[in-house]
Design a protein around this ligand. Structure first.
Ligand code: NDP
Length: 324
């Protein structure tokens, strides 16, 4: 038996129950992982509330972790007992001391990357990479808008985009968050609880608007984000921290020949070569210091509910990890 955080039914943070579960033995192609750190992401909130449905209940939530390989099932190649690994995706089940996992969906952690950083950057780092390099390929001189610029995703997007030569405008809800975003590559932070961000974006860009909006906030920002776009701008709706936006008519995009996409990480790392290329790129920017990772906020695994409360009440900046 190992300790894990499960939900028996969807709900608020008190739906997270810390209890014993059976782990079992790894089957073909699988390994037994002992987690040393577990990433907390907004998607875990969607799993807890039922916005994303778990395959079965009771079920362990969570999609990201780092740890050590403790046992190998048959037909596993490329990994051995004792390897330090990390992963993002591969199905829920990360909020546990140990789990069975498909070897093909994890990668070895470079020695330069501590476990806690590994657990903090796999999901958000690979997401920042595909958003900036695949969903909309940003280039030097592009103006971009990043919402929740001091959040886990936000700090990574701002730094990486700035390194790629973009002019980064970001929104945050407070002065402190705006200052942090600024330190992390966001040239023009806007405090959207105090200022009309559409008007400010227009002002900053000389009336043109931005080439792309990276919007993980959703309902509260979506329509205004469209207003911030330049002609032929790209609206990248990649999350819904404030809830899913109301439906729009496709014809609405014609006013500026805008494009709209709702991408998800797991379609960008679905093959082993994609996962390896993506994680390699993330490790590279972190190890070279191009993207600096602030120390993740830590909670004990048994206190996962506290981590969710902090994340949902917008108290956190950067990444959060759970320590088993
Ligand atoms: P964050 O650390 O960014 O936390 C969410 C932030 O959203 C808050 O800090 C807050 O910033 C802002 N926010 C605005 N309105 C609300 C609200 N009503 N309730 C809560 N927060 C609000 O979280 P993550 O970095 O984990 O995730 C950011 C987004 O990225 C999420 O929507 C997530 O689902 C998405 N995501 C999508 C992926 C994909 O592939 N599609 C993969 C990874 C993440 P402020 O106070 O400054 O407004």
């Amino acid at each position: 038996m190992v300790k894990a955080v499960r939900i028996h039914k969807p709900g608020g943070p008190d739906a997270l129950v810390y209890e014993d579960i059976e782990v079992g033995q790894p089957g073909p192609g699988q390994v037994l992982i002992r987690h040393t750190a577990i990433g907390v992401n907004y998607i875990d909130v969607y799993q807890r509330t039922g916005a994303y449905v778990l395959p079965a209940l009771p079920g362990v939530i969570g999609l990201e972790g780092a740890g050590v390989v403790e046992a190998l099932g048959p037909d596993v190649s490329g990994f051995k007992v004792g390897d330090r690994i990390a992963y993002a995706g591969g199905g829920p089940g990360a909020y546990a001391e140990k789990r069975i996992f498909n070897a093909a969906q994890m990668v070895k952690l470079p020695k330069e990357i501590p476990d806690k950083i590994g657990a903090a950057i796999m999901l958000q780092g690979m997401t920042a990479r595909y958003l900036l390099k695949q969903t909309f390929k940003v280039k030097k001189g592009d103006w971009i808008l990043v919402h929740a610029a001091a959040g886990g995703m936000g700090l990574l997007l701002c730094q990486w985009a700035r390194h790629l030569g973009c002019h980064v405008i970001g929104t945050t809800s407070s002065e402190e968050k705006a200052a942090l975003a600024k330190k992390n590559g966001c040239e023009y932070p806007i405090i959207y609880t105090k200022e009309d961000f559409v008007a400010r974006v227009k002002e900053i860009t000389g009336g043109k608007g931005v080439a792309v909006v990276y919007d993980g906030v959703g309902k509260d920002t979506f329509l205004k984000s469209l207003e911030c776009l330049a002609l032929r701008g790209h609206m990248v709706l990649y999350g819904a921290a404030s809830g899913p936006p109301d439906p729009i008519s496709p014809g609405m995009l014609a006013s500026k020949s805008m494009s709209l996409t709702r991408p998800t990480l797991f379609h960008h790392i679905a093959t082993r070569p994609d996962l390896l290329a993506s994680s390699r790129d993330v490790f590279k920017v972190v190890m070279s210091g191009v993207v600096k990772i602030q120390k993740p906020v830590e909670y004990k695994l048994k206190d996962a509910a506290q981590a969710h409360i902090a994340l949902e009440s917008r108290k956190t900046t950067g990444s959060i990890v759970l320590i088993p």
